[in-house]
Design a protein around this ligand. Structure first.
Ligand code: C2E
Ligand code: SIN
Ligand code: SIN
Ligand code: FE
Ligand code: FE
Length: 663
């Protein structure tokens, strides 16, 4: 029972839902019986007839049909009962007495129930026409929108707008003027169907004309008969070329003029179709946003290129030790980004007080090296001394400079800019740029030029800093190595019988280390470590170190502290820490029986494993206070014997292979 109830409940819910769809449907829905009495009606059916549902239910459908159509209505009813469905258009009388055309579609549900759908089609004819027009308009706008959205540069946007304007309005001429904020005028930018010769005669429209037009005729309008309006922009001119009427629409963005779109027709009033003005405004709107996009895109691209350009210079600064290479990169970027013919960087020689050409490009003159500008003279010299940019967009408009004038003339330069290179408050030089045509720079352009000059100044600063650092580093390293060699020497001198021991073992160790694949940067440390290997012996009392006989157990214990002393002495010096392997570990043994830490096998740093072999060989073949020098054969025998015990077998192998060259 519960299951059945649940199913019933679900059915009821579904029916309610379905009923609500029907009730809210955008067309009339009703049910009547076999006599034509209404049984049910939805909201739209009530709206269409003007009766409430209560009123409709109880009425007969014949009451809604005008007298003249009763007969046709009855025939339709007959078809319905015979064939199960019928579809027809017929007038209905509303409650207020007005007559409307309904389109009706009725199906037979049962012998006593008929379901009808109906639409008021009185305005269908008009509506159809309107829909078609709207569709056409939408199509035109959609077409241009998609074309404009794909066009990311201004030229393509203008082109598309002009072409689509002619196509959408079916006119022979379209003209696009762009607003230029500098001259405050609209200039011809592109056109479609513009007769040759006319383009040159179309003077820019000043802003005042725009203000006047907008005030008088609005932001878009149709001028049906140009002959009646000879004062309108281009009216007479266009008429000479057979244009009899035109429509215009201004393009705006945030209440700021962008341009003017004009469509011209060859017949009078021809352009005055209902859609013309609206379409033209639509096209203008689309074009305005596309131009905005294109400008934005161009700007973003330009910024990206500027960023890339700065990055190139940055990389040159950090990657190159040679200032001249960096300067060339700066000049490359300056000339290509700012689209100018030539550029140069002059640096100030503070000793002589003159500026000289360090790097240049784009000159016909081969060599500018010998040209000197006294500080404060010539354009560049003045820019440096005044610490100010100099801008000469057209050199013909200024007196030739006595210092730089001849170069300008020789090179046919017509424009000149200079930006001083200043770092930390000090003038270091000047960045000069030259062009063989007059140059009208924008604010953006100038800002970028100044940014590039800033980079050039940073490059000078960095290079100098680097050279200073580099040379001080080299000096420091030299000082260190001199110190180390001094120590080693002192050690050898202290124990005169081991003289030259340090140098010999160092050379041998380096040979073997190289043979075993250690890299140059490691060998630097190996060398220092080998030289200093027994520095720890400085901490051993002379009476033990120079004892002419075998060491006693406790003496030996003291002696075995020497690697530990080395570690203590050297580890506090940053630059010697990587060299510690040998001093600290050269008495470790391959089998783990060495000291000070009892490291085993490859736990012992390679440098120390190599050094151990070399050191013992050199010790054995040297005379010691407590024994005579061994022969080389005996020493080599000893080494072979201790391979794998005291020594790394691989090192021994290389050592034995190399030994003839080494001694
Ligand atoms: P060192 O004389 O430069 O010897 C370095 C290493 O060579 C020694 O490390 C040892 O492995 C090997 N070696 C040197 N002489 C001999 C030798 O006669 N026989 C053998 N089998 N190996 C030898 P070790 O043993 O750790 O000694 C470290 C340092 O201690 C030596 O440097 C030396 O300065 C000192 N030393 C070692 N034994 C004596 C000794 O009996 N009397 C004295 N006065 N000093 C000694
Ligand atoms: C790039 O190279 O990543 C693009 C521009 C820049 O960020 O430097
Ligand atoms: C050290 O441990 O710091 C030096 C010797 C080694 O590398 O084992
Ligand atoms: Fe030692
Ligand atoms: Fe030694």
């Amino acid at each position: 029972i519960t299951e059945r109830k649940r199913v019933e409940q679900a059915q009821k819910e579904s029916e309610t839902k379905f009923r609500s769809y029907i009730n809210d449907a955008p067309y009339g829905v009703f049910v009547h019986n076999e006599k034509g009495d209404f049984l049910e009606a939805n909201k739209m059916a009530c709206l269409m007839s003007g009766y409430s549902e209560e009123e409709l239910v109880g009425m007969n459908l014949s009451q809604l049909i005008p007298q003249a159509d009763q007969q046709r209505s009855r025939e339709n009813f007959h078809v319905l009962t015979e064939q199960g469905s019928v579809y027809f258009d017929i007038p209905h009388i509303r409650k207020d007495g007005t007559v409307r055309d309904w389109s009706v579609n009725v199906v037979k549900l049962s012998d006593t129930r008929f379901l009808g759908f109906t639409l008021d089609v009185t305005e269908r004819a008009q509506a159809d026409e309107e829909i078609l027009r709207q569709a056409n308009r939408a199509k035109s706008l959609l077409q241009i929108a998609s074309r404009l959205n794909a066009a990311l540069d201004l030229k393509a946007v203008l082109r598309a707008t002009c072409e689509e304007t002619c196509a959408a309005l079916n006119v022979p001429l379209s003209v696009f003027l762009l607003y230029d904020s500098k001259s405050r005028a609209f200039h011809l930018a592109d056109s479609s169907g513009l007769p040759p010769g006319l383009a040159n005669s179309m003077k820019p429209l000043p802003q005042s004309v725009y203000d006047e037009l907008v005030q008088k005729w609005g932001k878009s309008s149709v001028i049906p008969v140009l002959a009646h309006m000879p004062d309108l922009p281009y009216a007479e001119l266009l008429r000479e070329y057979g244009i009899k009427s035109y429509a215009y629409a201004f393009l705006e963005r945030d209440a700021f003029p962008i341009g003017l779109l004009v469509a011209g027709a060859a017949g009078e009033e021809y352009i005055l179709t209902e859609d013309g003005p609206e379409l033209l405004s639509g096209l203008a709107d689309q074009a305005a946003s596309a131009i905005d996009n294109a400008r934005l895109f161009t700007e973003v691209q330009e910024r990206l290129r500027q960023l890339q350009s700065l990055r190139n210079i940055d990389m040159a600064i950090t990657g190159s030790l040679d200032l001249r290479v960096t300067f060339q990169v700066v000049l490359d970027e300056v000339t290509s980004m700012l689209k100018i013919d030539a550029a140069a960087i002059l640096s100030l020689d503070s000793h002589t007080g003159t500026l000289k050409y360090d790097s240049w490009r784009g000159f016909r003159t081969k060599d500018l090296k010998n040209i000197r500008l006294p500080f404060g003279e010539g354009y560049g010299g003045r820019s440096a001394s005044k610490r100010q940019s100099i801008q000469i967009p057209d050199l013909r408009e200024v007196e030739p400079d006595p210092v730089q004038g001849p170069l300008m003339a020789r090179e046919d330069f017509l424009a000149y800019y200079a930006v001083p290179l200043i770092t930390k408050g000090t003038v270091r030089g000047v960045l000069e740029i030259f062009h063989r045509e007059p140059l009208n720079s924008s604010r953006d352009w100038m800002t970028f030029l100044e940014t590039l000059a800033g980079q050039a100044a940073v490059a000078i600063d960095n290079a100098e800093l680097f050279y200073k650092l580099e040379s001080s580093n080299i000096e420091l390293l030299r000082a260190y190595d001199a110190t180390i060699e001094g120590w080693a020497c002192a050690l050898d001198l202290k124990d005169e019988e081991t003289e030259d021991h340090s140098r010999r073992v160092t050379d041998m160790t380096l040979h073997i280390a190289q043979e075993m694949g250690m890299k140059d940067e490691e060998l630097v440390h190996v060398r220092r470590g080998a030289l200093l290997h027994d520095i720890g012996k400085m901490g051993i009392p002379d009476e033990i170190l120079f004892k002419p006989s075998k060491l006693a157990g406790d003496e030996r214990e003291v002696m075995c502290q020497h690697p530990h002393y080395a570690f203590k002495m050297l580890s506090s010096i940053n630059y010697l820490r990587p060299a510690l392997d040998i001093p600290y570990c050269h008495h470790e043994k391959w089998d783990g029986s060495g000291y000070p830490r009892g490291l085993k096998g490859k736990e012992i740093p390679l440098a120390a494993r190599i050094f151990a072999v070399v050191d013992v060989f050199d010790a054995l073949t040297s005379r010691r206070p407590y024994r005579k020098a061994w022969s080389q054969e005996k020493a080599l025998d000893h080494i072979k014997q201790d391979s794998g015990k005291h020594f790394d077998p691989q090192v021994v192998e290389v050592f034995l292979k190399k030994i003839d060259n080494l001694i």
